[in-house]
Design a protein around this ligand. Structure first.
Ligand code: ATP
Ligand code: MG
Ligand code: FE
Length: 336
């Protein structure tokens, strides 16, 4: 079984060839970060134009690297949401064109399911499982009773974790996307600011990051006003400690409520070294029977391979789309 998988929901144009849902034959990722950096975030019109320019090159590169032709394929899969409509449409149109020209089934994939299924490249997933899904647009605890079934049991009330990293990055003078650099700085500093851990004491599995972001920005602006210089490393370390503390705390709470076999860490923020270490340590101490599954860093960000892994499950269930498939920018697990 070979799936040609498309991802174009935001600012990465990616096409992969995935065998049997667990083996990557190719995973070409054309990133547009350089074009968006000077704007401090993704500009939708610029993103769509880049996808149009890149998509055929990326398809050709993916087939070439995998050493396969269209005739070898079993199906075509594509992210149809959530994401930017103009970006999603480029991948959806390309995938449709190839599927119908080559008489292949078309598999629609939820981008967030893709992030979770990136873990499948590490080891087989065992259900029920819990996923901590942390990315640029989402911060959710997702319970999966079985393959392809998703229940959001915790969610952010405001900003996503990755969004908070990127906003705080602007104040620190770190270019977009700021997560990786803040993570690096954090390891050089100490948690001296003791920023708020929002909703930590509340009896639910939800998150909030806007108060932390404001506390951070106010601290920096106040120091600027009085001419005091603060350590960027300590600011980064303090911010990251607050984010990691609440993520780990609510995940622990969810694991108490939902007895699972595995915890999957997924989404762009899953690249965070502080978060990876903290979850590793917490599981070893408090839940030694639960296995932590974390994708390699190169598969935590947006990529086609994760879409191919998620599509494998949909293919087994014969969940196909026809030529009427459209982008759904606000797609959630509730639709699935
Ligand atoms: P979504 O998946 O919710 O639709 P997205 O696709 O834009 O949003 P991703 O590509 O999954 O988001 O993740 C990008 C985010 O991950 C950015 O906010 C970036 O700052 C963050 N990120 C990347 N590396 C790290 C890191 N090491 N530490 C913290 N955050 C990181
Ligand atoms: Mg991106
Ligand atoms: Fe993403």
């Amino acid at each position: 079984e070979l799936i040609l998988a498309f991802e174009s929901s935001c600012d990465e144009t990616s096409v992969a060839v995935v065998e049997n849902g667990d083996t990557i034959l190719s995973n070409i990722i054309a990133t547009q970060i350089n074009s968006h950096q000077r704007f401090g975030g993704v500009v939708p019109e610029v993103a769509s134009r880049h996808h149009v320019e890149q998509i055929t090159l990326v398809i050709d590169a993916a087939l070439k690297e995998a050493d396969v032709t269209y005739d070898d394929l079993t199906a075509v899969a594509v992210t149809y949401g959530p994401g930017l409509v103009g970006s999603l449409l480029i991948g959806v149109s390309a995938a449709k064109a190839i599927a119908f020209a080559h008489h292949l089934p078309l598999i629609p994939v939820n981008h967030m399911a893709g992030h979770i299924y990136a873990a499948r490249f590490v080891k087989p997933l065992v259900y029920p499982l819990l996923a901590l899904l942390v990315s640029g647009g989402h911060t959710e605890l997702v319970y999966m009773p079985s393959a392809g079934h998703f229940e959001i049991v915790g969610d952010t009330r405001d900003d996503a974790a990755g969004e908070a990293y990127d906003k705080v990055g602007r104040v620190l003078g770190v270019p977009y996307p700021a997560g990786k650099e803040i993570d690096r700085l954090a390891h050089l500093g100490q948690d001296t600011f003791n920023f708020p851990r929002a909703m930590d004491k509340e009896d639910n599995l939800d998150f909030s990051f806007s108060g932390l972001k404001s506390a951070f920005i106010n601290t920096v602006h106040h120091a600027d006003q009085i001419g005091e210089s603060l350590s960027r490393e300590d600011l980064a370390a303090s911010f990251q400690a607050a984010v990691v503390d609440v993520l780990v705390h609510k995940t622990t709470k969810a694991l108490d409520e939902f007895p699972v076999k595995q915890l999957v860490l997924a989404g762009g923020v899953a690249a965070n070294q502080g978060l990876r270490e903290a979850l590793q340590n917490t599981l070893a101490d408090a839940f030694p029977d639960i296995e932590l599954v974390v994708p390699p860093v190169r598969l935590t960000g947006d990529n086609g391979a994760m879409v191919g892994a998620a599509a494998h499950i949909e293919l087994e269930k014969q969940h196909f789309a026809d030529e009427s498939l459209n982008a759904v920018p606000g797609l959630s697990f509730a639709h699935a």
